[in-house]
Write a protein that binds this ligand. Sequence first.
Ligand SMILES: [Zn+2]
Length: 106
Amino acid sequence: MASQDDKARRKWLKDAYLRAEQAASASLMSLDRPQLEELLDHVEAAVEAEGCDHTRRAADAWARRHGVDLDRLHRGLEEYGGYCDCEVVMNVDPDTVFRPVRSRPD
Ligand SMILES: [Zn+2]
């Protein structure tokens, strides 16, 4: 049977793993949260007005206006399933992207 110390250590390792995983995902998103929310507002308005043509036209237009690197932005959006403008609106959720990293229960 595992001692309390073993259990605590396993829990610590698991938390450390989750923190590293979340940090890796978050680092793929090249925008900070206010920028991402602005991007999503822009893309959502564009999709409502013009529909989605299965590209990231609206997202790219916003990124170019704000000097955001398109390749890095695409990698970040794809990490969350945003392969075209409507998918960006549907799948990229700032609450998920910027979920607070689990902390040790001290
Ligand atoms: Zn689409």
